[in-house]
Design a binder for this molecule. Sequence first.
Ligand code: ADP
Length: 284
Amino acid sequence: MANILAVGIATIDIINRVSHYPKEDDEVRAVSQTIRRGGNATNTLVVLSQLGHQCAWSGVLIDETDAAIVKNDLAEHQIDLRYCKVIPHGKLPTSYINVSESSGSRTIVHYRDCPELDFEFFSQIDLNAFDWVHFEGRNVHELEKMLSWLKTHFPHLPCSLEIEKPRDGIEQLFSLADVLLFSQPYAMNQGFKSAQSFLQSLTMESIMTCTWGEVGAWLKANNKIINSPAFPPPQLVDTLAAGDTFNAGIISGLAQQYSLEKTLEYACRLAGQKCGQDGLKNLT
Ligand code: ADP
């Protein structure tokens, strides 16, 4: 099993279910409330940890009361927080979500007062302890420095980069990562109607994946494209973080040197299992 460091964010989701969405200036009582940790990189770590890997998170942690939600959840999954940058003031990225039971709508207000992790901090981490580094594709400017640093100082340490959303200049990072994990929304935003045509258009030498919801996922390596169908669960319960779970499956398979075919199928099976349950617990 591998020692894996992930760089990205942890967020807090506060979900109020209401019977119907309130009118402006109304006061209503929620039917139920769920408060949970989110954030792509930390979601991926929570899955990797359950698969048996040693996991550590590097990101910004604000010393505020709600940080306990993040810390407790990550501690429950034995995720090492010693590489986090702790800041005394601010607010962790928080999503206030109202789910209307009558319409199914999800109305979200985001608030954060939290900087992204900077290269300066990252460069102090002793990466000799790790077998794999995973990055969430967010802060392009700082990430470019981190990925270049890795290439120069740790050329044999494999790294993966998740590209979920289009961001200014993110393409300049593509040649710096060994594994590129693309999402369907990113590929569609680039004008592609299938994962296959999107991957065909890319010329990098990295291993590249692109997920496509319930259709499955595609992987390109050595100029060859392979595909795996999705594995629908007996009952579809919750698809949130299916992509983060898929990414954990890919990292786990590659870190254990499974074949590319086996890795892709394994990631799709794991993501399918996740879709059949609420949250990320008990994934194997
Ligand atoms: P995201 O969570 O980023 O929106 P996707 O929806 O593309 O990611 O899903 C990632 C992977 O999860 C897919 O490649 C597929 O293997 C699996 N998956 C997603 N939706 C379903 C579903 N309805 N049934 C089975 N597997 C699914």
